[in-house]
Design a protein around this ligand. Sequence first.
Ligand code: F6P
Length: 529
Amino acid sequence: MALPTINPTQTAAWQKLQAHFAQMKTAQMQDLFATDAHRTEKFHIEWQDFLLDYSKNIVSEETLALLQELASEVDLKSAIEQYFGGGLINQTENRAVLHTALRSKQTEPILVDGKDILPEIAAVNQKIAAFSESIISGTHKGYTGKAITDVVNIGIGGSDLGPAMMVEALKYYKNQLNVHFVSNIDGDHVQEILKLVDPETTLFVIVSKTFTTQETLTNAQTIRAWFLKTASQQDVAKHFVAVSTNLEKVQAFGIAPENIFPMWDWVGGRFSLWSAVGLSISLAVGPAHFENLLKGAYDMDTHFKTTPFEQNMPVVLALLSIWYNNFYGAETEAIIPYNQYLQKLVPYLQQGIMESNGKHIGRDGKPVNYQTGTIVWGEPGTNSQHAFFQLIHQGTKLIPTDFIGFKHSLYGNQEHQDKLMSNFFAQTEALLMGRPAAPGLSPFKVFTGNKPTNTLLIEKLTPASVGALIALYEHKLFVQGIIWNIFSYDQWGVELGKQLANTILEDIETKKVAAHDASTTFLLNKYLG
Ligand code: F6P
């Protein structure tokens, strides 16, 4: 069964939303609050230790009802069933999209090509746990008999951003291992990391779903050559492991089969931290915390799968985002975590959201005639308040913003926590209320307010809550892709640049600049000259 190919703008709900927008476009949230004493009560969702307050949005009950009608009209419900059930929803690559299976606790089989994938997932999870234990406890020794002290994850895109974000997010839960990440093909990046580690005590984890990625393979080769300056070929087995679907290529690289952690083509790179791609996470925090991370995501999956749309966090967030993107014409969305551990959350979500929904061809194979993928950006608060918040408050653009905060800090410094969270609450209040013009008040000090925000208040940063948070955004982007009638799980848009880079590399290596556009030819000649 394929996903439906419904142009959202042709639905009855879209037409109604357009008419409704004509009335709402001048609406002031302050008035909406003033005329409904129960607004926040109605427009919030509590789920486990998450609270989503979405009352500070330029929406009425009618807006939300129409947006939900839109979700029903594009048959979101059956799309969700296909997503979790292993339907080939990554149609352009003829694949299922089953990162949710990696964290599933269900006992009923999940079938891919008629075969239950749950036993295989459990076996790999066991392998990850056992290997992590052996490294953390020091029973696995390096080639000179010393315990491993450092781990270097070599990967890029989904094979880097997820583990790097999560190792940072869960730093409080970390053990003694130092975990480093090499991603960029910039040789200076590799060199800076190698400066920090000792070949005798370092484990290298090469992560590449395809094992064909230029950056990762080049970095891995450079690092192996560096390692072999002091160690011998037979020592490679103690220091290099790989995560990939491409077992042949990994073995050709010289990694022993027992050092390969398999993954599957039904796991997209940008959704792969739950698979063996998360090995660095399991090494950094230990298998028990890794398991809790998966459990948190699974709980969010269950919420998403089973909760009616009006109480469903990912669905509500997705619909609000569509409202601003497609009706208000908002160009971007900001995501601001009030938490330093989440400093890599936004770059991680940028890949998830923008690689997934940055598409202009509909599922019917024709160009769409409406906006799709949102541009997301952001930095942790309060740092971002002192950087770009000026534009959110007083600029000319509408930037719906998600505020993510935690009720409790991890080390329990209450003074800092209260100051941090007072900023968190103050910003959404200021964005809502603004500061009206008044006699004697300089126009430069007027704030229009009426800037939409979502507030996500979570009890505490734990492996489970971060797992749920990431799953929340994964499902939000899924819902948006379904409504926009695009394929969210391929990434053909990154291919052309890769191919051209190979052609240009040949030009550079041979010092013969082949035919390019005039600007590129000019630049290449300057580079070679
Ligand atoms: O270039 C984009 C991409 O294909 C991402 O989708 C992926 O996460 C990344 O490259 C790395 O791919 P691989 O894990 O196969 O090395």
